[in-house]
Ligand binder design. Structure first.
Ligand code: NAD
Length: 260
């Protein structure tokens, strides 16, 4: 029997990158996956891949920054699937990287709204389902949430990622007595589309190295990691193999955070 047979797992940002690799792997492990995409099209796309592999999936769409939309998704999970065992709060954006005085309050709020408030909404509305039988949450943060790297202009991003870690620790303490584990995964540079959607504005003024993160990963040198490596760690954390692991951060970064 597969490790997650009979379980239901929600993955946000499931349409691409780390979320997609995680959704596919959770399904392969036997979970019924609720694949939440920002757009229905991307959720349907990963759902096709999961079904082709013989897995079970419910594709849904929502903007995780929109509390009511996330609440509606969780209501649908309860109605259609009747339970929820695993939550992977992964949806995120790099947003705008710029010198502090050039970052607008709207740009700040947008990054915090998706990455941090989106994580809160996802976990907040999942809790009533998770505590019924116990479960596990993984928050996809970043090495940027716990380490300070080059002068990159990523103040909003790094703050959102640090906030996610603090939130996950608080949730672990609060939900532990109710049988729910909560951990963070902190990826280093991973080869996904997220960089394509970063707006860098005047960061050269801050001295951002043009070749970042080249040569800064002890395990691979210039090669970033791949989404499947993060997915494997997430699946470990939600599995029974991690039954005594909660409130911690697992770095999936090839050692990048040690020297960057
Ligand atoms: P990605 O761009 O492929 O995936 C992000 C996903 O989140 C996309 O599918 C996107 O549509 C979705 N998304 C964005 N805003 C959303 C919203 N408001 N509502 C719902 N969905 C939304 O990039 P990725 O690298 O797979 O990123 C996944 C997570 O990993 C992010 O939280 C990111 O911060 C984190 N991370 C990535 C790296 C990296 O190097 N790729 C490093 C550290 C942390």
């Amino acid at each position: 029997m597969k490790g997650l047979e009979g379980k239901v797992a929600l993955v946000t940002g499931a349409g691409s990158g780390i979320g997609r690799a995680t959704a596919v792997l959770l399904a392969r492990e036997g979970a019924t996956v609720v694949a939440l995409g920002h757009r229905q099209e991307s959720a349907d796309d990963v759902a096709d891949e999961i079904r082709r592999g013989g897995g079970s999936v419910l594709p849904v769409s929502a903007d995780v920054a929109d509390a009511a939309a996330v609440r509606d998704v969780l209501a649908r999970v309860e109605q259609d699937l009747g339970r929820l065992d695993v939550v992977v709060a992964n949806a995120g954006v790099n947003g705008v990287w710029a010198p502090l005085e050039e970052l607008s309050p709207e740009e700040w709020a947008s990054t915090i709204g998706t990455n941090l408030s989106g994580t809160f909404h996802t976990v907040r509305f999942a809790v009533p389902l998770l505590v019924r039988q116990g479960g596990s949450v993984v928050v996809v943060s970043s090495i940027n949430g716990t380490r300070t790297f080059s002068n990159s202009g990523a103040s909003a991003y790094a703050t959102s990622k640090a906030g996610q870690v603090a939130f996950a620790r608080m949730a672990a303490v609060e939900l532990g007595p109710r049988g729910v584990r909560v951990n963070s995964v902190c990826p280093g540079a991973i080869d996904t589309e997220i960089g394509d959607n970063t707006e860098q504005r005047n960061t050269e003024d801050l001295g951002v190295p043009a070749d970042f993160p080249e040569g800064q990963i002890p395990l691979t040198g210039e090669e970033p990691g791949v989404a499947a490596q993060v997915a494997e760690t997430i699946v470990y954390l939600v599995s029974d193999a991690a039954s005594h692991v909660t409130g911690t951060e697992v770095f999936v970064d090839g050692g990048q955070s040690l020297i960057a």
